[in-house]
Design a binder for this molecule. Sequence first.
Ligand SMILES: NC(=O)c1ccc[n+]([C@@H]2O[C@H](COP(=O)([O-])OP(=O)(O)OC[C@H]3O[C@@H](n4cnc5c(N)ncnc54)[C@H](OP(=O)(O)O)[C@@H]3O)[C@@H](O)[C@H]2O)c1
Length: 274
Amino acid sequence: MRPIGEQTVLVTGATSGLGQHLVQRLAAGGATVIAHGRDTQRLHRTREQIRAATGREVDTVQADLADLAQVHRLADEVLDRYPQLHALVNNAGVGFGAPGAGREVSADGIELRFAVNHLASYLLARRLADRLVASAPARIVQVASAGQLALDPDDPFTEHDYDGVTAYCRSKLAQVMASFDLAADLVGTGVSVNAVHPATLMDTAMVREAEQAPMSTVKEGVDVVWWLLTDPDLDWVSGYYFDGRKETAAPDPQADDPAARAWLRRLSDSLVAR
Ligand SMILES: NC(=O)c1ccc[n+]([C@@H]2O[C@H](COP(=O)([O-])OP(=O)(O)OC[C@H]3O[C@@H](n4cnc5c(N)ncnc54)[C@H](OP(=O)(O)O)[C@@H]3O)[C@@H](O)[C@H]2O)c1
């Protein structure tokens, strides 16, 4: 792994919570940081805060990940602007939502948590994979969650018995399943792919919206993602789900079912096709 000061790193969801703290630490470490956000004002504020805290500049890219056309545009922009990319942190996410909140859909009419948490991260990683391979050694970190539920092939978009927690947990397992597949596809390329539960109930916007009592600090989650991004001992570690730093953590059994992963991949490919 290159020293962090020689890396170009894209972090999605960098205008809040874990993503914002992570880009600040990356900037302080001297990385070329591409901070993604959906809102230009929040991106501007994040850039100002990082400049004030570290004296360093970060680049910004804007896209609403609830719109697959914008995810494609984001990938095009990153490929256009950055000849090298050494790490992708798929961090942006939609949480449980407020208690009792109704089902939401993306701009493409897809259940929102599946669309943002899984499909957008799936598409971005697939679109940027060749650039990461060309820049190897490189790492992809999927910020998933220990909150996981098996997907229902008869109801992949949680149209029945909807609640935000179920939709979130299904989307987070989908992220883990997709990262296992991508890791297998990238074996031997020098690009690792790992999924991680950063910490439980960090004090962030999505936890506050869900009216959950925080149990962890944001720093605890950032420390875990930083470790996955930078520890030289992890150079050859790929295709794992980590609960914090525990690589022996077992995801929901559906993640280890090749037929379920193949089904999810067919579904995802059909949805993200331009
Ligand atoms: N908090 C926890 O305890 C916990 C536990 C396990 C896993 N995680 C995961 O950690 C990651 C970071 O979450 P967090 O806790 O830091 O929550 P957060 O503070 O709510 O941050 C979520 C980020 O995702 C962005 N985002 C949401 N919808 C988006 C969209 N449609 N397009 C583009 N960006 C979008 C948000 O943008 P805005 O700034 O514009 O709102 C924000 O930057 C998530 O993937 C989450 O599932 C969190």
